[in-house]
Design a protein around this ligand. Structure first.
Ligand code: SF4
Ligand code: ZN
Length: 302
């Protein structure tokens, strides 16, 4: 006999070990949306006049993010949503996800901006990493994508830059910063204030476990791409992910605890910890903590 939803007696589609609840499709959707709305209200305060740039890769997280923001704010005439997709130039991978991203934005009638590393930096990610072996592809990709996203967001006058990071991503990043003793990064993960030149980041899915983001995409029949980037093998993150997942099985709720502890202390740490002065990169003008930004450093500009 199928297990029943503990809220309404329909057939359950998921068991949330951390809450002890079996829930049906309707209550699952409600639960995800409640968490996202609460996160937006408490942490990101989206308001009249906001232009929300949404980082859309075409994978499940960003597709769910765009769908939810459209569902929550799509009817508001005083809030604009713009999707941004970066084509890093990863042969055999990005083409597929781009296709999914285009399908979704045209379905929703959302303005969609696509920019490539090739146009912006003169080289694709494949070309950049073929000639430079010192750093992994993800180091280039992460820094350059972040910088380009911020640049486009500024160009269109965006007031928020939303990304699809889920609970698993957040717990892993927090733990990686702890393991590396990297306090600067820890503070940057959740900037306590707006910084001129850096569009405010928002992560509305940060309270939704990765598995539930995937299930939400499936039950809503959203078009998302499941292929994995050929460079995806960041070793430390993989180890940390496995460790946290093992803990979560034995101690349900661990991922939420990691995030809660971080949220409670990051403001206090930021107050006491001396933070680097901000300036503008002398080459590209982006806001950064040195005279040359990370992106320009990686590109060998001087
Ligand atoms: Fe970029 Fe690495 Fe992600 Fe691939 S796995 S998209 S190279 S950050
Ligand atoms: Zn620069």
């Amino acid at each position: 006999m199928p297990i029943k939803c503990m809220k309404c007696n329909r057939d359950a589609i998921i068991f949330q070990k951390y809450s002890g609840m079996h829930i049906c499709k309707r209550h699952f959707i409600e639960d995800v949306e409640r968490k996202v709305k609460l996160t937006i209200r408490k942490q990101y305060k989206i308001e009249k006049g906001d232009i929300i740039a949404v980082a859309l890769s075409g994978g499940k997280d960003s597709v769910v993010l765009l769908y939810l923001l459209h569902k929550i704010f799509g009817m508001r005439r005083d809030i604009e949503i713009v999707a941004l997709t970066i084509d890093e130039g990863i042969a055999g991978y990005r083409e597929e996800t781009l296709e999914k991203a285009r399908k979704l934005t045209s379905e929703f009638g959302i303005r969609h901006i696509v920019r490539s590393f090739k146009d912006e930096y003169d080289k694709t990610l494949d070309e950049l990493t073929a000639q430079e072996r010192e750093l992994g592809a993800c180091s280039y990709c992460g820094v350059l994508r972040k910088s380009l996203m911020n640049k486009i967001a500024n160009e269109i006058g965006a007031t928020k830059l939303a990304t699809g990071h889920n609970l698993d991503d957040e717990a892993q990043t927090i733990m990686m910063n702890h393991l590396g003793g990297d306090v600067d990064r820890m503070i940057r993960l959740s900037p306590p204030r707006a910084i001129e030149g850096l569009v405010l980041r928002a992560k509305p899915l940060r309270k939704v476990p990765e598995k539930e983001v995937a299930l939400y995409a499936i039950v809503n029949e959203l078009p998302f791409d499941m292929s994995e980037c050929p460079y995806a093998h960041e070793a430390l993150r993989g180890e940390v992910r496995d460790m946290i997942n093992e803990f979560e099985v034995r101690h349900p709720g661990t991922k939420y605890s990691i995030m809660r502890g971080f949220d409670k202390t990051v403001g206090l740490i930021a107050k006491e910890y001396p933070q680097a002065e901000l300036s503008k990169c002398r080459v590209c003008g982006e806001t950064c903590t040195a005279s040359l930004c990370q992106a320009c450093k990686l590109l060998g500009r001087s």
